[in-house]
Design a protein around this ligand. Structure first.
Ligand code: NAG
Ligand code: NAG
Ligand code: NAG
Length: 374
């Protein structure tokens, strides 16, 4: 019983190690771990993943919002300048964590769902993430009386529907669909940060409205994971959210209302980071308790701790200390060297920071945070 609900069952660890092994081998040049660790893998995952599917928001959107909103500022230079040399709809100067993950798996960058035209475009998977997307439905926010003008109507449920449609277009029998599911890696997130973000932006009560949203958002994500498992998914990665109290967007938003004791030693807003931890804790506990078949691996990717590590020890990782909490691109001004900045535009990270997040995820951040603990 215990092993079927534990994230740390031997099967899980074997699978984690093998995932780690595959990822390290495909990118040996950048591996941080000593070669000795690579020998520890089991054989549960076979030859890796033939496909990857991603659900989420702007942290993973590789062009969906840009397809419906081509004139958005995020679809113009300098967005995309570092890696692609042109805007791609990614909310960064270059690649995102999902892109680095695809590279490690030996897959091409995932086609944004709204950009693809034929099944061939999705041979290696698809990316359903849409910037601004929420876990809860648009209807939910409308009923709360929120101004929903700026909330894109592509919540988690909508993305899951897209996925269903795609699965049926890729395979006609139940057996083939199960096969596709079991050979695919699912990256579910991050998703849910915007649910709180819209409420913060519209001055909703933290105690009465924002904090009580946590169980609802968590349950929504839980339901989506259960649907994927029912369809036959075997490997699902669920990232937590970033430390919101260190995002320039929130630092600016609350600047006038905060006093010195509201900040931690690194200049981040303490209560806001506490809230991020609280949300991630709820997510971890849900993942810990979700009933599942022992052949299923659910991995929590600790984006929170990874970004805090960058903020606390920037120089060690090649970033500039003075601009740890300053966006590279702000009010039309671009910094000289985005690779030394963590924040790209105040809300999203630079390619350099996303690369660090991806590497950290592949090199062990799963294991440390798989427990239902703070
Ligand atoms: C985007 O801008 C172009 C050129 O100004 C315009 O023709 C087009 O209608 C706009 N598209 C949308 C979706 O707003
Ligand atoms: C809702 O938000 C939009 C976009 O920010 C704004 O133009 C509009 O005036 C707002 N509507 C109301 C009723 O506040
Ligand atoms: C939110 O509240 C702050 C301070 O109470 C105020 O300065 C700001 O204009 C409000 N914003 C909105 C969107 O109502």
């Amino acid at each position: 019983m215990a092993s079927s609900v534990s994230l740390c069952s031997p099967t899980t660890i074997e699978r984690m190690l093998l995932l780690f092994l595959i990822l390290c081998i495909t990118h040996a040049a950048t591996a941080v771990e000593p070669a000795g660790d690579l020998a520890a893998g089991g054989d549960g995952l076979g030859l890796g993943f033939s496909r990857m599917f991603c659900i989420g928001d702007s942290v993973a959107d590789t062009g969906n919002l840009a397809t419906v909103n081509p004139n958005g500022s995020f679809n113009m230079l300098p967005y995309g300048e570092t890696f692609f040399g042109h805007p791609t709809g990614r909310f960064s100067d270059g690649r995102l964590t999902v892109d680095f993950l695809a590279e490690r798996l030996g897959l091409p960058f995932l086609t944004a769902f709204l950009r693809g035209k034929t099944a061939e475009d999705f041979r290696h998977g698809a990316n359903f993430a849409v910037a601004g997307a929420t876990a809860l439905s648009l209807k939910f926010f409308k009923e709360m009386g929120l101004n929903i003008t700026n909330i894109p109507p592509y919540s988690l449920d909508v993305q899951m529907q897209w996925f269903h449609g795609m699965l049926h277009s890729l395979a006609s029998t139940d057996k083939e669909r199960k096969e596709i599911m079991s050979e695919s890696l699912f990256l579910m997130g991050e998703i849910g940060a915007n649910d709180y973000g819209y409420l913060f932006a519209q001055n909703r009560s933290f105690i009465n409205e924002i904090k009580p949203l946590v169980p609802k958002v968590t349950m929504k994500i839980e339901n989506a994971i259960k649907v994927l498992m029912t369809l036959g998914a075997k490997t699902i990665i669920i990232p937590g959210i970033f430390p919101a109290g260190c995002l320039p967007r929130y630092l600016e938003m609350y600047q006038s209302m905060l006093s010195p004791e509201d900040y931690d030693a690194f200049g981040c807003i303490k209560w806001m980071n506490d809230f991020s931890e609280y949300r991630n804790y709820a997510l971890k506990c849900m993942l810990h308790q979700i009933p599942r078949n022992p052949t299923v691996t659910i991995l929590y990717a600790d984006y929170y701790t990874t970004v805090l590590e960058l903020i606390r020890h920037p120089v060690m990782h090649g970033f500039k200390r003075e601009t740890v909490l300053v966006p590279c691109y702000t009010d039309g001004n671009l910094c000289p060297n985005p690779s030394t900045y963590i924040s790209w535009d105040g809300q999203h990270l630079t390619e350099a920071a996303y690369k660090f997040v991806a590497h950290h995820m592949l090199h062990g951040a799963f294991a440390q945070s798989s427990m239902c603990s703070k």
